[in-house]
Design a protein around this ligand. Sequence first.
Ligand code: NAD
Length: 319
Amino acid sequence: SAKPGRTILASSISKTYVDEITAKVKSLKEIRPNGPLLVGFLANDDPAAEMYASWTGKTCESMGFRYELRRVEEKDFLEEAIIEANRDKSVDGIMVYFPVFGNAQDQYLQQVVAREKDVEGLNHVYYQNMYHNIRFLDDEKMLKSILPCTPLAVVKIMEYLKTYNNLLPVGNRLYGKKCVVINRSEIVGRPLAALLANDGAVVYSVDVNNIQRFTRGEGLKFQKHQVEDLGAFSDAALKECCADADVVITGVPSGNYKIPTEYIREGAVCINFSSHKNFDDSVKSKASLYVPSTGKVTISMLLRNMLRLVENRQKLHML
Ligand code: NAD
């Protein structure tokens, strides 16, 4: 039977960024005749990371960037390798394929990456700006801050889907929207909930332990989001959050997890950023717009971040 809505693939959404990115790369011909250089560090033998690396490489080269995968056999040498790339003037962007140690040392390593080359936007300064809804690095508002690329990809997907209403003032374009985000990791779920709430949405942030509400308060009176605890996680509570949600976003890292299609409101927008499909195929008969994966948009955002970093370094006369 005919489905009422549509499935939108990340590849279609990322296409809208290809022209913009390719043109920018061309405009850098003077300083980067062979294209800006992204260096990826791989210090684990995770086949998924290997796949992601080769995919990043191909995407880079298709848009005029150079990509270098540096394999580090001894995990303990990774820090030195990152520091060397930080100092190397020919390197424009650096990313590390995590997990490396799989513990808090990974967060330390992430902060070793120079802020000026952090394409994933994971530097503490960028995070703090994002959580505080601060868009620039300097008082003169010359240097744009960088956003973590997976949450940013979800925001750009929601712009593409027109969940962001561009008749509303910039910064309030999700006013009136109710979103559910199932995942509260520090890499994706929490920053995403904060970004959406900062843009005016009411966000229910769900993890295995509990449910929180992120909002800018009544009448969007606050400049940045506030967080309220709503109590322990339960299926009943999740179902209640979803019942009138305009957008449901999933990021559960498990092959067994499926959010029951019956929880989804008719006509809701459904987006999955987990590497596993968290929605059952039956969601297509319920969702207005369904985006089954987001990885391709994430890579576009990574490259967009890299161009912004190059721009910032030019303005600072570092290039
Ligand atoms: P993580 O393990 O750090 O976090 C998982 C989160 O999901 C936690 O907050 C956890 O409490 C919550 N969760 C797990 N099971 C749940 C359940 N049954 N109900 C409610 N909440 C539950 O993982 P992560 O780093 O955030 O990655 C999550 C997924 O997103 C992975 O599949 C990863 O591969 C993918 N990912 C995708 C991209 C992309 O660009 N598409 C980028 C990064 C990560």
